[in-house]
Write a protein that binds this ligand. Structure first.
Ligand SMILES: [Zn+2]
Length: 309
């Protein structure tokens, strides 16, 4: 299935060159610049793009909940000494909105995906959007890296975009293996619209909200039960383990099992890259809904991503 907008490596070179020309380059420094990556998949995207040319401080650890994150004193220290601060935006981490709105703070998803009708922060679940985020990050990194590192940055960004576009295409092949009447995803909070829209799945959520937490009212339980039954759903996908009370209630009420493997809604999965997280989520949905996942091809994409230097 084609993606609405696709970033290509040639567009990134133009962006980086433009940024290099228009920004005042910082003279070679004795110490490396520091970049703070707050949330979502930014930690891995940024580390992949800078390689060893800058220090990257990641605030929200993989598997943690950005929606309820509160900045710590050590976070504030890192933020004040950073040359560049990247956060996802679209209110993924409400506490990030409290950071002073200086030029060094960039809401990456808001720049990369400016048209987002529902203001859904979970944009990276479409790999094409992750590619667009790579382009924005590379553009913002260019002015803070020394001139001698610009060519390497451009090359890394181009390869990252290539790999993410391949992941997007690979995902389409995996979802195509799910029987047509089972192309549905039942999850907890409303985090997968960009995945389900790209790949033509129906999304059913227990909580009609972009954030985690919240209690289900009995009337909602009835409406979810009505929506899930006959939808083709084979399983309910948890977003964390142990499984939430809400999910257990819906499982009892609908007779659908809770999937053994969780989905990673809010950023990177522990010990996984952006590509590792995307392929894991896609395989979890595909296998849970009765399709087959080409793990060998996923492993190749993960290895290609890890090889970006
Ligand atoms: Zn979320």
């Amino acid at each position: 299935m084609p993606s609405a907008r696709r970033i290509t490596p040639s567009s990134i070179s133009a962006l980086v060159v433009l940024a290099t020309v228009s920004a005042t380059p910082i003279a070679a420094q004795a110490s490396q610049p520091t970049v703070v990556a707050i949330d979502g998949v930014l930690c891995d995207l940024t580390r992949t793009l800078v390689a060893s040319d800058a220090k990257v401080v990641c605030l929200i650890q993989p598997g943690s909940d950005p929606h309820n994150y509160r900045l710590k004193p050590s976070d504030r220290q890192a933020l004040s000494s950073a040359s560049l601060v990247l956060h996802n935006g679209y209110n993924l981490t409400p506490s990030a909105n409290k950071i002073s709105n200086s030029a060094k703070v960039v809401a990456v998803a808001e720049k990369a995906i400016p048209i987002n009708e529902d203001l859904d922060p979970h944009v990276w679940h479409d790999p094409a959007n992750s590619a667009a985020m790579v382009a924005v990050i590379a553009e913002r990194l260019a002015p803070i890296l020394p001139a001698r590192q610009q060519a390497a940055l451009t090359a890394r960004a181009a390869e990252a975009i290539n790999v993410l576009n391949r992941v997007g295409d690979w995902g389409g092949n995996q979802f195509a293996t799910i029987p047509e009447n089972q192309r549905v995803l039942v999850s907890e909070h409303k985090a997968y619209s960009y995945l389900t829209n790209r790949y033509g799945l129906r999304q059913i959520t227990m909580l009609d909200s972009f954030t985690t937490g919240g209690v289900l009212r009995p009337s909602s339980l009835r409406s979810i039960k009505a929506e899930v039954q006959g939808s083709g759903a084979q399983t309910l996908f948890p977003e964390s383990l142990p499984v939430s009370k809400t999910l257990r209630r819906i499982s009892r009420s609908t007779g659908l099992p809770v999937n053994g493997a969780p989905l990673f809604a809010d950023g990177l999965a522990p010990d996984r890259s952006t590509v590792g997280t995307a392929t894991l989520n896609i395989c979890t949905v595909v296998q849970g809904q009765g399709g087959q996942c080409d793990q060998a091809a996923a492993d190749e994409l993960m290895a290609r991503w890890s090889a970006i230097r």
